[in-house]
Design a protein around this ligand. Sequence first.
Ligand code: BGC
Length: 697
Amino acid sequence: MARFKVPGEWSALKEDVPLTKAQVEDKARNLLAQMTLAEKIKQMSGDTPLLRGFVELLLAYNRRPLPAGENARLSIPALRFSDGPRGVVMNHSTCFPVAMARGASWDTHLEERVGAAMGIEARSQGANLFAGVCINLLRHPAWGRAQETYGEDTCHTGEMGAACVRGVQRHVMACVKHFAANSIENARFRVDVRMSERTLREVYLSHFKRCVDEGVASVMSAYNKVNGHYCSHNRHLLRDILKKEWGFEGFVVSDFVFAVRNGEAANAGVDIEMPLAIHFGKRLLRLVRRGIVPEDVIDDAVLRILKQKIRFAQIGEPAKYGSQAVISAEHSALAREAAQETMVLLKNDSVAGTKKRILPIDVAHLGRIAIIGKLAAQPNTGDKGSSMVRPPYVITPLEGIRAAVPRDCEVMYSDGRAIRKAVGIARKADISVIVVGCNHKDEGEYIFTKGGDRDVLTLKPHDETLILQTVTANPNTVVVLMGGSAMITESWREKVPALLMVWYPGMEGGNALADILLGKANPCAKLPCAFPRSESQLPFFDKRARSIEYGYFHGYRLMDKQGQVPAFPFGFGLSYTTYAYNNLHIDPVEIDTDGTLRVSVDITNTGNITGEEVVQLYVGCDGSRVERSIKELKGFSKVHLAPGQTKRVNFVLMARQLAYYDEQQGDWTLEPLTYTVYVGPSSRAEELLSVKFRIRG
Ligand code: BGC
């Protein structure tokens, strides 16, 4: 394990007693008053000299935290930036399941714990700013960086992102990214994402607002354009909405190197150019001297930065930091627990000729198991872009299963390249497990030629043939899918009896997979994005687009609108137990526009093993002035239930959560209408209980 010293980076700003918000502000203003213009501008960019910085970016990316804004004269420490979100990208850190997988847990407590673990590991390695909270919506599953975010839905992504922010910010500042509408990878440096103001506010921004309300210290501006302006030069996004309207008190950092095009980005609202002073160094100083960037803008930026530095200097649990905290036994166990909670059981039919389901595998009668597919034996933790974590070990599916089956069980392996060989071992086995899907070559951050957006959403033709022939040879076959988002499974889905989506499950993924397959853990994850039957169910996507229109609808809301049935709906996932939903109740049945509705429902575990169920609440309405979704997620809750146990789950719904953005008025409007509350185990209409209520005019 790497040994490193925890820098006492905050000590100069730390006070012996906790500071109030007003005291933080005073202290920041006091420091600002002592600074020269050049010193202020130095707060606003990375500290590494340009030449060294470029060499480091090319040859030693993510090896150390990147410093910004150190001032030795006034003892102001630098921000020290490091990245995520599947763990800390420096040294050898704990590699958790990717964010999309964690989105499938729908477990905000778990996400907060993962966030806290990443915060501890970041701080233990000298960082104080962790940019590992990516909350761009998954508009289309082909997006190469889908794995870095939590899913397709605004409410779900907002809650998961906010949970991560809470956890991280117990130890270091968090940065949410990429503001905004960054969801095409190959074209990210130039694409102009166009959309109506209503779509922007309701669909693409409200989860950022959720994280701002959670107190996030920093927001990263994206590379792409929104409605004709690069995001780092987009005054409407950064100044009008983020800073003025939402009252964001933190600072905006630019995405790296290419996001800031000139010093005028400061006027638009970028506070720090990362990671080098290309435009925000001497050039910015000149712009201020020429009056192009007012000194007020500089003061506002520096005050924001100082306030967060002072705020976070008071935060932390020093006893937890140090090299022993990185990949600690506790964090490895958390990585395994997280992976168990993120694997979505999509199908689990009966074993041929019996009533018993294929999964969990009955170890008592397991003589031989066939493991097939090259991904079964590959450490496959996600892409190799800026979010790559280098854990000291990765348990592959093959290793995990080998370690977990009884000693006398024979584990046979074929990488599946020769289909005949794979079919041969499947035929001899009691059960076969095929591991297929994507790796970093198929999708990820687009760096030079690696990764990028996916060209097709189906598996490779070879893998589809491998599945079909294996399942013909042995009907007891489980398909395990790896990848960063939805896949199209049409040509083989009906033929396979069991299907498990494991995403990129992190360094403990193989162990967690074995836990699920052998029944040590009960699957409890649900899809954070709909799995379509075909691309025709998705919005238009073009990875080479120069300009693209983002409509109001995508994902389950688009499929609902078009009356289309997905292969697997948003929010769907099976368990080894079953649940029943009863007694949906609301109180009161009519509320005012500033009112609150209480919603409750009984959930019973009707099977005979303990499990966790994700209860989902959607709302729809009839007769709106504008086109609305048939239903939209407005809340969710994960409940733990012993066999036979019933729990009452309560939600609070505020009338204002049902407002839409009125473009004419430039404000949110709440319509007095009849609304329908839907509660159930997924977004699939047939499974939802419903009840109506009114908002009074
Ligand atoms: C990515 C950001 C990342 C930054 C620093 C950029 O290429 O888009 O998400 O935070 O690099 O690694």
